[in-house]
Write a protein that binds this ligand. Structure first.
Ligand code: GLN
Length: 305
């Protein structure tokens, strides 16, 4: 594996005690119980070389990183029809904003903001008999990892405090872009956000977006090459909400953040790298995670540009 190991180790020790100006998310009460000193990094290359450091084997709440997984399954099941229900444009607004939906008549700007992911969950509910179980089975299959599970406490915590998401779902339903019962859609959405994984597991589950030849243990492709390219394109332009431009500018890779403090970044044909550090900047993205990835792609000259 290139010199990734050495460079990751160096940047990790430089940043470990950096003054982190971020704050741990507390609008989901359970997330506030996570120690803000956690810091882990894991890289998996497409030839399955793997290296982790720090808290890379501790489980954390992947939150919005799961929006890639729900989108992938919905794209598999629905094909191009999907884009009639959710757009592929950057929003330039916070992840939980209601603002644009009114003008856009209930069609969310993209699948990586909350509004878009809630519509994607609605689409999945229309296809799946047991949405929570079937989605988890899908995640286990594409990662070849039987240990994945939802964190019940996080799911319940968000369910009892998710007023904005409840508002979003109702608002979208008023435009006719939610077909199922809102309580069922929201329950499923909160569970998908509450998936827990380690940095290592996150870097493995997204290999299908880095490796053109990826097939599951059962010998199946997850997406066509064209579909994987499209998901990477939306990640690059929309993966960090109103900070997507900044992430492309500083890091230069498709990626996705979550309010649990995780970030996955994908280098097509090369690797997936995950950083976890729970303190978030004002846009809801991991402060140290962004800093780490900026230094990593600079030192390894491995941005896509
Ligand atoms: N579950 C979180 C929410 O809906 C996900 C947001 C995020 O990770 N950016 O608010």
């Amino acid at each position: 594996m290139k010199n990734y190991h050495k460079i990751i180790t160096e940047i990790y020790s430089d940043l470990k005690n950096v003054n982190d100006i971020g704050k741990v998310a507390n609008y989901i009460p359970e997330l506030a119980n996570v120690s803000d000193s956690n810091f882990g990094v894991h890289i998996t290359t497409i030839d399955r070389n793997s290296f982790g450091i720090g808290d890379s084997d501790k489980k954390f709440s992947i939150q919005s990183i799961s929006k890639i997984l729900t989108l992938t399954l919905a794209y598999q099941l629905e094909g191009e029809k999907l884009w009639k229900r959710v757009d592929v444009e950057p929003s330039g607004n916070p992840f939980n904003s209601l603002l644009q939906l009114e003008a856009d008549l209930g069609i969310p700007r993209n699948p990586f903001i909350n509004a878009g992911a809630i519509v994607v969950c609605d689409i999945l509910i229309s296809h799946l008999q047991h949405p929570k179980e079937d989605f988890l089975a899908f995640c286990k299959e594409i990662s070849n990892n039987p240990h994945l599970k939802y964190d019940e406490k996080v799911a319940q915590s968000e369910k009892s405090s998710g007023y904005r998401n409840i508002a979003l779902c109702n608002f979208i339903k008023s435009f006719g872009n939610i077909k199922n019962d809102i309580d069922i859609v929201l329950d499923f959405y909160f569970y998908t956000c509450a998936l827990e994984m380690t940095c290592k597991e996150v870097s493995e589950i997204f290999l299908f977006l880095a490796d053109d030849h990826f097939i599951t243990q059962k010998g199946k492709r997850v997406l066509t090459m064209s579909q994987a390219k499209r998901i990477n394109a939306i990640l690059l332009t929309c993966g960090f909400y109103d900070e997507s431009g900044e992430f492309a500018f500083r890091v230069g890779l498709p990626g996705k953040s979550g309010v649990g403090g995780g970030i996955i970044a994908i280098h097509p044909d090369e690797f997936c790298i995950t950083v976890w550090s729970p303190k978030l900047n004002k846009k809801g993205n991991s402060y140290k995670g962004m800093l780490f990835l900026e230094q990593f792609t600079t030192a390894t000259e491995s941005s896509i540009f």
